[in-house]
Design a protein around this ligand. Sequence first.
Ligand code: MN
Length: 356
Amino acid sequence: MSIGSNFARLLKKQVSNINSQKKWTHSVAVIGAPFSKGQKKRGVEHGPTAIRNAGLLERLSKIGCSVYDVGDLKFAHVPNDALYNNVVKHPRTVGLACQVLADAVSRAIGAGHTCITLGGDHSLALGSITGHAQHCPDLCVIWVDAHADINTPLTSKSGSLHGQPVSFLLRELQDKMPIIPGFAWAKPCLSRSDIIYIGLRDLDPAEQFILKKYNISYYSMRHIDCMGIHKVMERTFDQLLGRRQRPIHLSFDIDAFDPTLAPSTGTPVLGGLTYREGVYITEEIHNTGMLSGMDLVEVNPLLGATSDEVKATANLAVDVIASCLGDTRDGAHMIIDDLPTPSTTYESDNEEQVRI
Ligand SMILES: [Mn+2]
């Protein structure tokens, strides 16, 4: 690392200390997005309720956030929502849901909140990132996921839009994007160097081609094995924040975790993040002081084999979000500026005098 970049890091650390102090009193908006039409399995629309029931709001209050709960958004099912190109499912319904979410996120960010979207499936990230970018055009994105979700409507084999949101967001891919019903409102707001993936381990051939051709940065599970999560995060911030401070959007798919930790999700893939790796990612993101919005998606309470599995997955989602907002493994959640001193009344007690 050069002296220049060491200096930049030092400066960044100072800025981040100031910012993380500010975050203690920062207000957080929580938006429930009970939406499942971006994929095929029933149940992911119950994700927001499962995460709330696992104590999210109480946990955030406990660590000093002032929480503004927007409640759950209402999504309409568009009638006669025919397949696009015989493959892509529910395009108008997904497009409309993302538009509704984009408006809600834009309002929350505009009102000065750090915005948390509870999914719902990952197609929603098109809405949350677009809404976020309306107020923060220099936004960058950290996408933590087993999958790259970057198929275009023309490369997708499953037709599920939760595997495609990133293709709508990237400017460089627009000449490969067909005009698809329901998405006329969506304008790409990211360039290829504005996004970094962490945790990938299941890429379709077209996705692998896109990542290579457009030189999109990613750290797969293999990279994490090779260099460790510490180095991965250092490189992530060097690329995204090395030259300037800018708002971060974290899009966190619970399937990034190993299925032993997060079994209640639609597309689990073996060999995922450990608990410690996942929480390290979010602690480091908090420490930048630049987190401005996030998604926590794909918790599906109908897919657990037992109620314990469902609870474990929802609890993990709460841990991830709390850690993004300042919960630490070091314990010090609230700022304490002094220790209690024994009172003078006590000092003057008889017992105390006898001891003297
Ligand atoms: Mn995903």
